[in-house]
Each structure stands twice: as structure tokens, then as C-alpha cells.
Ligand binder design. Sequence first.
Ligand code: SF4
Length: 121
Amino acid sequence: MNKEIICIGCPMGCPLTVTVEAGKVTNVTGDTCRKGKEYAEAECINPTRTVTTTVSIKNAMYALISVRTSKPIPKDKIGECVRHLRRIEVEAPVTAGEVIVKDILQTGADIIATKSLDLYQ
Ligand code: SF4
């Protein structure tokens, strides 16, 4: 089976044709560098994404603080991850890089704050 995907490894966005047989990538065409083949294999066998979203924060100037996963997580866990984070509320102060949730959904990725928010009185 052939899949047509766009490599997101760099802004060139090479169109890739990926042949998948018995759950394995057997051929990739259209790649301009080796990252294209790596991306095609990851995307067709175990697609992952870094999740960026927000969680509620108490006692800060804003009601939400931006967060992201420390590494990409399986694409099929993104919905559950975002739903889980909707129920989280942290308390100011929070420092950029601080771990908000350790090992989210047993993916091995932490949820980390991407900005700092001070206590607001
Ligand atoms: S194959 Fe290489 S050059 Fe093409 S988009 Fe991917 S990373 Fe960029």
C-alpha cells in the first residue's frame, strides 16, 4: 500500500510516497535528505506529536498558562492528553520549564510550563 505524506522535517515540505507492506516501510521516494525517510517511517508506523495547550492557573494575572509535552507522544493519545489537562489547575507562581504533570498517560513525556507566571495579588 502506498501513502502520500508531506515531510515536516524542514520548511521544504517534500512530498513523500511511502510503501508500507506488512506493517513495515519498504520504500520511500520524494525525500531530499535522510530525515525524510526517518520521518516517513515514524509517521507511518508510530506517528507522534508534541502537544501544546494550556492549563488553568490560580492566583496569577491570567487564567491559563501555556504548556507542552517534553517530547512527542503517540498521536492516538493526544485527545486523551488534552482532556486530562482540561481538569488540571495549578497555582502561581509557576516557572517556565517547571513540570506540571509527570509522565502524562504513561507516555514517558512530562507536561512542562512554557512560560512563567508570578503570584498576582
Ligand atoms: S526530506 Fe529532508 S529536505 Fe525534504 S522536507 Fe524532509 S527534512 Fe526537509
